[in-house]
Design a binder for this molecule. Structure first.
Ligand code: GLC
Length: 584
């Protein structure tokens, strides 16, 4: 497979599609997506133009947390298929030029994992229990948890286990749900096991891993209470971003180094952004997700600050940035950008705000051109390319997310971003399941999604899907995009403008995004490659972005220059019609 963009390793400029298996495509008609469904849709992904697929967990799991509760790390959930199906899929994807990234969940497993079952059956102090965090309780009869830690999903982070004789026994730690016991990374068994799991999948042709909850793995072995009053200073938290977590990634990097072209990407949410860079040291992870960008409001000044901070943090490590607008844990981007508050925070998901979907969609279209023009790699969460919105009215009894249940509904949770994709037709299941499938999709699809199916959007020049297809095609063909430098241009308030110029002849791409309430003059260019919405003569309307071709003589004058090349002409009438060929 080709290595392209930036001339370095493939992942430095890749476009990665996050595929949430249970909601992508249902091959066998049980209402849940599966690997047969993915295999049938590989041509769709190849035509979309992505370089890699990241699969959310595909392992056997009781799915207390949508598969992030793994019962067997070396197999495939029978509801999704078999290990042989995964092997076939990896090979077929490679044949389409698409690499495979899998999700490794090392902080915790399922309470059905054989190690945890064995730990429950074993005595306190046993080697089996040493792989987890078992402790006696505090207070009379050990009836209180060992410390005051709270679960990230709500409620206490400890659950009392029953002793083999049925009496209440020790407590075990779970930073997420009680069905997700935390591993003790001080245990050599745990370390050896995960290195072996990495080898198992790399040996099957997997090209990379996304590391779940990557900053949480190690804990202060004294398990101290959390002090009252806010976040502890960086590096002193008893279970977030501890210094000893880096040893794990050094050993994983060594494992990855035994195979060619493998990538390690960390899911790292940190309150202090400067700590990200430590995970990107040359002997640790290759990339980390850029959550400050994802959480940033639709505001030119704030976005520019996040972009600058991101690039400054990555530069010393020589690591490429990642740019992410959404994933399976956050609100769909068209909904977020359609609210009065366009920022996102994991701890303040709010579905009570009104959503202007038309505005949100217009902004999301502009945002994707901004995002895909930035230096580094980009992630697309399935359904983002269709402009799906957050489904906020899922009936409570159908909600699956433990966040919803463990907060007593105070937090609506993440189900609304996980609804099965609409592929074709005018009624649910919209081609998600085969015709005459016995079962309904595992979460209900809004009937309005008939306007957002792949079938409906295909060939509609104004659709989100065709915008993504054009953007990914141009991004792939354009040497200026992906890894490499960018240069900000002077621009009016509320407008972000920057150049991407490859080495060589000086021609490049100028990305301009208007987040202000008034139309902005387009800067100098020789042609419009792509615009997220109709242009207003030579002007860029609010909440619109454009990619402009620049020649060697267009450099530097900024937005106030007359739009020489456009000459006030109409520009592209329809949003997605690529004007002027991308250089191949
Ligand atoms: C990560 C996953 C999320 C999951 C959690 C626990 O944040 O992205 O979906 O619930 O880890 O595994």
């Amino acid at each position: 497979m080709p290595i392209h963009r930036g001339g370095g390793a493939w992942w430095r400029g890749a476009a990665v599609y996050q595929l949430y298996v249970q909601s992508f495509a249902d091959g066998d008609g049980d209402g849940t997506g599966d690997l047969a469904g993915v295999r049938a849709r590989l041509p769709y992904l190849a035509a979309l133009g992505v370089d890699a697929i990241w699969y959310s967990p595909w392992y056997p799991s009781p799915r207390s947390d949508a598969g992030y509760d793994v019962a067997d790390y070396r197999s495939i959930d029978p509801a999704f298929g078999t290990l042989a199906d995964a092997d076939t899929l990896i090979g077929e994807a490679h044949a389409h030029g698409i690499r495979t990234i899998i999700d490794i969940v090392p902080n915790h497993c399922s309470d059905r994992h054989p190690w945890f079952r064995a730990a429950l059956a074993a005595a306190p102090g046993s080697a089996e229990r040493e792989r987890f965090w078992f402790r006696p309780g505090r207070g009379p009869g050990g009836g209180l948890p060992p410390n005051n830690w709270r679960s990230i999903f709500g409620g206490p982070a400890w659950t009392r286990a029953r002793s083999p004789d049925g009496t209440p026994g020790e407590w075990y730690l779970h930073l997420f749900s009680p069905q997700q016991p935390d591993f003790n990374w001080g245990s050599p068994d745990v370390r050896a096991e995960f290195e072996d799991i990495l080898r198992f999948w790399f040996g099957r042709g997997v090209d990379g891993v996304r590391i779940d909850s990557a900053a949480l793995l190690t804990k202060d072995p004294l398990l101290p209470d959390m002090a009252a009053g806010g976040e502890p200073p960086p590096g002193t938290h008893p279970f977030v971003d501890r210094d000893d977590v880096h040893d794990i990634y050094r050993s994983w990097r060594a494992v990855a180094g035994d195979y060619a072209g493998r990538v390690l990407t960390g899911e790292i949410w940190l309150p202090d952004a400067t700590r990200y860079a430590r995970y990107l040291r040359p002997d640790e992870l290759h990339t980390v997700f850029n959550f400050p960008y994802l959480c940033c409001p639709w505001d030119a000044g704030e976005l520019r600050s996040v972009i600058d901070a991101t690039l400054a943090l990555h530069a010393p490590a020589g690591a490429p940035a990642t740019w992410v607008l959404s994933n399976h844990d956050v609100d769909r981007v068209v909904s977020r950008y359609g609210r009065a508050d366009t920022s996102f925070g994991l701890d303040r998901r709010d579905h009570s705000q009104p959503v202007d979907l038309e505005l949100g969609t217009r902004r999301a279209r502009a945002a994707v051109l901004l995002t895909m023009a930035l230096p580094g790699s980009v992630y697309v969460y399935q359904g983002e390319e269709l402009g799906l919105w957050e489904v906020e009215d899922i009936p409570d009894e159908l909600r699956r997310d433990p966040i919803f249940h463990r907060t007593g509904g105070a937090d609506p949770g993440r189900d609304g971003s996980r609804v099965p994709l609409p592929w074709a037709g005018t009624e649910p299941p919209f081609g998600f399941s085969p015709p005459q499938a016995a079962a309904q999709p595992w979460l209900p699809q809004p009937k309005e999604w008939r306007d957002l199916t792949v079938e409906t959007e295909t060939g509609d020049a104004d659709s989100m899907l065709e915008l993504y297809r054009s953007a990914l095609r141009i991004r792939r063909a354009e040497p200026a995009f992906g890894d490499g430098p960018m240069t900000w241009l002077p621009a009016p308030d509320g407008v972000l403008a920057f150049d991407r110029v490859p080495g060589g002849d000086g021609g490049g791409v100028r990305c301009v995004t208007n987040l202000s309430p008034v139309a902005a003059e387009l800067p100098a260019h020789t042609s419009v490659l792509l615009a997220s919405g109709p242009l207003d003569g030579g002007r860029l309307p609010p909440d619109t972005a454009a990619w402009l071709r620049t020649g060697p003589t267009d450099g530097g004058p900024g937005l106030r220059a007359a739009n020489r090349a456009v000459g006030g002409g109409p520009g592209p009438r329809t949003a997605n019609r690529a004007v002027g060929g991308a250089r191949n």
